[in-house]
Design a protein around this ligand. Sequence first.
Ligand code: ADP
Ligand code: ZN
Ligand code: ZN
Length: 803
Amino acid sequence: MEIASVIVDVPTKQTDRVFDYIIPEQWGGVIQPGMRVIVPFGPRNIQGFVIGLKAESEIKKLREILEPMDLEPVLNKELLELGDWLTDHTLCFKIFAYQVMLPAALKAKYEKKVKLAADTAVTELPLQLQPFFEHEDMLDWEAALKNGIVPLLQKEAAKGQLEVIYLVKERVKKKQQKYVKPSMTLAELSKEIDRIPANAEKQRQILRFFIENYHEIELRKLVSEVKTSTSTVKALVEKKLLTEFEMEVYRNPFAHRTFERTKPLPLTDAQQTAIAPILDAIERNQHEVFLLYGVTGSGKTEIYLQSIQEVIEKGQEAIVLVPEISLTPQMVNRFKGRFGDLVAVLHSGLSAGEKYDEWRKIQRKEVKVAVGARSAIFAPFENIGIMIIDEEHETSYKQEEMPRYHARDVAIERALNYNCPVVLGSATPSLESFARAQKKVYHLLSLPNRMNNQSLPSVEIIDMREELREGNRSMFSRKLFEMLKDRIEKKQQSVLFLNKRGHSSFVMCRDCGYVMNCPNCDISLTYHRVNEHMKCHYCGYESYVPKHCPECNSEYIRYFGTGTQKVEEELGKILPEARVIRMDVDTTGKKGSHERLLTDFKDGKADILLGTQMIAKGLDFPNITLVGVLSADTMLHLPDFRASEKTFQLLTQVSGRAGRHQLPGEVIIQTYTPEHYSVVLAGKQDYDLFYQQEMLIRKTRQYPPFYYLSLITVSHEQLITVVSEMEKVVKHIRSHVSSGTVVLGPAASPIPRINNRYRYQCLIKYKREPNLIKILKTILDQYQKDTKSGLQVSIDVNPFILM
Ligand code: ADP
Ligand code: ZN
Ligand code: ZN
């Protein structure tokens, strides 16, 4: 007897273990580790992953696997093992570790149905129910609800006439297309053509087409080329002259685009020095982590491309990670331009079906390069030669839900397995990475200059408090206004950048200062202009915008915060001649609109591009000579020890958008805190000094990279329960960790209540704590098993959000 060990799709503590199932005889030899299967679980049928096979089990009464969902494993051996590693290092349920590696299309969808019992005839049901089961012996649960017949169905189910079943469905199907081909030889076909009746001229034309083009053709194409109809083709299929069949095709999101092929550029001396150790590591199959530190425009991408070239020539594969917002068509073009069809692209702009198709190309080894956002790090290649993470400092590489992994850690773990190099690239490396490079844990490679030694743009910092003092209440300083005007006259382009992160539009009463808060969470509601709504981003609570202040009844209740739309309106007033393109979540929601707006700007259809951080990356147009940052400091005041680092990175990043080509560039940064070192040093584009200064602060405050962090958050509806349970947790941890470790808490979380649940946290800072994962696990075990208490515990190892 063959037995499969299965991880089931039920994410709870109790089910976070292996369940054994018998492999029925008919599936013997078919079902393998890494395949998805449908298994009975309690009263339901659900999806599971087979992670191993064995001959016997300690469990006596085993149930059988119902059927496989795959013909070949979707997770190879390496990825199955990586799942163990993810589970251990991020403390997640195993099922999440496997699901995160696969495209969403492979996640099961469950359909609840009511089915006629096997030995029951429709006529045995009450008259009222019969029509629902006349045509099919199954009824959708949704339809039952809609028709209000659930109580009736329940009665019949109790009698055993009906049963409730769960069907496991694929979310997305492989896309099939109809093809037609001749059923006989060319000679036979020529004979058959004479037998076609004279009045069937179209049929004859189709056969003539096949005599001239003796091969299969897509049905739709045939119909349009011969100018006929599908029914005419079908007639020939029925006469057995032609055969119709289906073939899998890929949804191609790039079908409408052609890629200009590019050749490797002769490298500059600096590039050659930087690439040599990478090529050497590839050559010798040696694992090493490189930190490629170079300003924007210094030629990092060309180094990626030529390293990948080497890997492909060796017969190996490459994974390239790019932050979601820089996965622009321009970025993709650079890889497709160099490697053509050998590139698969995975990003959230694709439909689930398109993403699945791109993933399939990787799985079938039809491509050699996977370019994508965070989760592309799980691309199912089996002979990886290099992994590249561009803009390695981006916080979006950390996933904020289970499994809470960092793509950099996963890359290094996989690279160890394949003995291949990892390249981390950035103009403003994360402090963690730069510190590791200083300690020679990573191999530092520098590209200090821009290509052709173009100068960096000149940056001017404007003190907005000064503007206010001199009577300028506008969101544009006088300097920025004049420069915008100047660029329009010179027919050059400007980019205006609004730092929206950590800055939402809220509603406040101008008379009494009342702010509309969410009744369930201790946080202000966000104003949404589209439907004049207030919404809570944590629990989803929605409300209308009040006409009068609920506190003092004043009618001067307004929304605050400078949204892009508001900036656009003001631009219209002060620079009516300016043509403005606005890019934000509202204008880029539709598929392809992001690309269209950028193309319009590139084609000179506007003078000013206005947007949020989504425009901070990847823009590389020759005519941009001015970049304006409207408010540099909105992020500085967040409760986040990385606030300065993020501000510095973002300001440096946007500044790099100006003057990348012949025309020199200028940057204006408006701020209310011009003396803050992250603003001053970003203005000077001085990463090294910023690094030194920030490291001093991290050291005294005991933050990374000097200490590691782990964050425990406990939530419950009763404040008293949260506090007392958190106290127990803190006590437990304190008694188990070494003396150098700092345990902070219990303390209320920066957002003390979400969705009517009070939140308390404990922050652990440590240098070396080999047993910490074990300690944290016992805490999780204890609380997750006890679901009745209503207590929720979450643990984030190396957190990026401390709220
Ligand atoms: P980064 O990735 O560091 O921002 P890129 O690789 O995009 O830099 O290079 C900036 C510009 O310089 C691009 O337009 C690129 O085509 C060009 N470039 C890069 N390397 C070379 C080279 N060796 N010779 C000529 N041009 C180059
Ligand atoms: Zn008021
Ligand atoms: Zn809320």
